[in-house]
Each structure stands twice: as C-alpha cells, then as structure tokens.
Design a protein around this ligand. Structure first.
Ligand code: FES
Ligand SMILES: [Fe+2]
Length: 397
C-alpha cells in the first residue's frame, strides 16, 4: 500500500551563506550601501550627548556622521562633511563645542542645527544664499534612549523595521516599554574590536546551539539554554532563571531590585531581541544590555555593549561587577567563536558554505533577508539563490 505524506518532510540540515559573503569586499560594499546606509542604524546613546554642543562622530556604511545636541536640547545628525570643499568637519570621535561647528580647513562655521552662519569673506558675496549651504541633515529617531539614524532619502518605516522587531519577539510594544529603557542609566560600557564579519556575530546571537558548549556561566543561570535543540524556543519566549538562581549575575548571586513596571511574567526571565541589522537588546529583571555593532570591514566589526540600570542603582555606587561580568564573559566567548570562524570563511572548505541544524533554521530567514537587500539582478552570480534545503540533507554535521 502506498501512503501519501500530508506534510512535507522537514530537512534536518539547510544551507548557510557561502564563505564569500563574509570576505568579499564587493559584497561588503553592497551591504554598506543597501543595508547600513539604507536602514535605521542605532548610532549613539542619547545621554552620551548630555549638553548642547556635545558631539559624537560615527561611521555608518561608507559615511561619517556627526551627531550633536542643539541649543534647544534636541539631537541633530549631519553628514560630517563641510559644504565648502568637503573637508571632514569633526575630526574627533567624541567632543564638545560651545555654539558652533567650525571646519578646520577654511573656517566655514555652522550652528548646531547645521545652518551656515559664518565663512571668511562670504559677507561680501551678496549673491550667495547661505541657507543653501547648510550641513546635510540625516534622519534621526530616538528610541530606547538611543539615536537611530537613517541615511536614505526616504527611510523605511521605523515602526515596522525597528520597533517591529521587538513586537515580533515579545508580542507587543508594551512588553519592552515596561523596562523603561530610555530612563535607565549607563552602568558600564565595553567596546570590543572583533575580527569577524558582522553577520557571523548576528548569526551567533540568533542561536543557542552553542550555549552548552561555550557559555558555562550563562547556562548555570539559564539552565534551559543548556538544551541545545530546544534552547531556541526559550530565546524567543523568555528563558527562566534556574530555581536556585537569585539574579542575572556571573555566579547567580542576587542582582538589584526589579525594574519598575515589568510584570510578573517578565520577572526571573531573560529575553533577547535582534533588531536588524546591528542591534541586540537583552532584557532581564534588573538591567538591560544593549549591543550596537559598527561593521568596519568584511572581517572587522566594532561592538559597543552598554549595561543599563535604574538610575538610583548607578547613583548609589553599587558594585555592578557581578552582572557586568556575566555578559562580558558571554560576549568574549561569543566573539572568540566568531573570530575562530572568520578565517575559515575564505577556505575552500567553506566555498559553498556550511549547514544549519534544525534549531538554527531561523538563521536561514536572516540569510534570505541579507540576500534580498543586496541582490541586484544579473550583476553577480554570487547572489544567486541558495541551494534548496534538500540539497544538504545528506551532509553530516
Ligand atoms: S573645506 Fe571646510 S571650510 Fe573649506
Ligand atoms: Fe552565545
């Protein structure tokens, strides 16, 4: 007797991206143009610009952008390019000016809203409309206490592409609002210079298949993460602290009081959100950890990681090292793994890519998303569709 399956067989292994997606300068250039320079990019923590005239410069794709606070106390972002002959305006990554930004080349001077307010001899050129020579503004939104920038002429919907990531993960925006992230204070920042492609870091963050192998401290606190195949479920739905665990700390000792506003369901749980392309948000009852990535090359990504606590906790001078150390170890373990993987991306062994086991299959969705952003029909065979899932089912892990 012949039976007909009612559902298709699920392949146990599906293909990853080929190695060149992690090494090829041309593919990275396309990602710069069509991902980092086209989507909302989380650039600065708003509170780092604590007064009018404070500024930061950040690299977004191929552009340098200066973010500052104007006299009215609002964040402003501009391309870091003088409108005269194109000199870089702000040379430092962090700084402060009193009232204006002055180009170090010929002293064209712009106010904190980007308006050209002075330039040597310009007053004698009566036919010049100064308002036409202000700094080029960059779209800016504030969310979670960070300035999110978009270099596109017409940015995609912030609600759908940024806030939507949290909604997709947590069910509704109220669930993240309850942590009051914008009102938290910076307890610690660690910057990691990772010698790996940004996508390896995203893929690593999106799966927990590796947790049992490389994160002993994390799996002590979140025992569900030690169950490699099922762990992915808990990443999305909130992983429960172990019964004996008192707090999200390196040794499971007590942390701080629960943040105001979070509900019972969110207590004693860890939630992780990936906001494409470059942000990870980690929510636990007494603090929030937010990663911002700055992809600087096919094989180099700077990651800034902020540990955020209730303002009174930071103001009290409390010892934060127990909770900082837990995720600092997780970061170091993750980034070491990414750096071990990066060299193999240019090996002939990975020319056609590798495979994802079932608990990693959702990463395939990320790969499809990356390909959709960079695909330019008929320009590059590297961008042809990935092999069908069935093509990999005979490969052993
Ligand atoms: S290039 Fe800036 S003032 Fe000339
Ligand atoms: Fe990890």
């Amino acid at each position: 007797m012949t039976t007909t399956p009612t559902t298709p067989l699920t392949p146990s292994l599906i293909a990853t991206l080929p190695g060149r997606h992690y090494t090829d300068p041309d593919l990275f250039r396309q990602e710069q143009e069509r991902i980092f320079e086209s989507l909302w990019f989380c650039a600065v923590r708003a509170a780092d610009l604590d007064k009018p005239g404070a500024f930061r410069t950040v690299q977004i794709g191929r552009e340098s952008v200066v973010v500052t606070r104007n006299r009215a106390g609002e964040l402003r972002a501009f391309l870091n390019i003088c409108r005269h002959r194109g000199a870089r305006l702000c040379l430092e990554s962090v700084g402060e000016v009193r009232r204006s930004l002055q180009c170090p080349y010929h002293a064209w001077t712009y106010d904190l809203d980007g308006k050209l307010i002075a330039a040597p001899n310009l007053a004698s050129l009566t036919d010049i409309d100064r308002s036409a020579y202000g700094l080029r503004p960059v779209h800016l939104r504030e969310w979670l206490g960070y300035g999110w920038l978009c270099l596109a002429d017409e940015p995609p919907s912030f609600e759908e592409t940024v806030i939507g990531a949290a909604v997709e993960r947590l069910g509704d925006v109220a669930a993240i609002d309850r942590y009051g992230v914008a009102g938290l204070a910076l307890g610690k920042r660690i910057t990691y210079d990772v010698q790996a492609n940004w996508k390896l870091i995203v893929e690593n963050f999106m799966e927990c298949y590796h947790c049992a192998t490389i994160h002993p401290e994390l799996t002590d606190v979140l025992p569900e993460f030690a169950d490699g195949l099922a762990a992915q479920y808990y990443v999305g739905h909130g992983a429960a602290f172990g019964a004996e665990v008192k707090g999200f700390t390196v040794d499971g000792s007590a942390g701080f009081g629960r943040l105001d506003g979070i509900d019972e369901e969110q207590d004693r749980r860890y939630y992780a959100i990936t906001v494409k392309p470059t942000v990870f948000v980690n929510l636990v009852p007494d603090h929030v950890i937010l990663h911002r990535m700055f992809p600087l090359g096919p094989d180099r990504t700077v990651v800034e990681c902020d540990w955020l606590y209730a303002p009174e906790v930071v103001a009290s001078g409390a010892d934060l090292s127990g909770s900082v150390e837990l995720f600092h170890r997780v970061n170091s373990q993750d980034f070491d793994a990414c750096e071990r993987t990066q060299p193999a991306m240019s090996s002939r062994a990975y020319r056609d890519g590798g495979v994802l086991v079932p608990s990693e299959h959702h990463i395939g969705k990320f790969h499809r998303w990356v390909r959709e952003q960079i695909t330019e029909p008929g320009t590059d065979s590297a961008l042809s569709p990935p092999p069908s899932p069935g093509a990999c089912t005979s490969v052993s892990p």
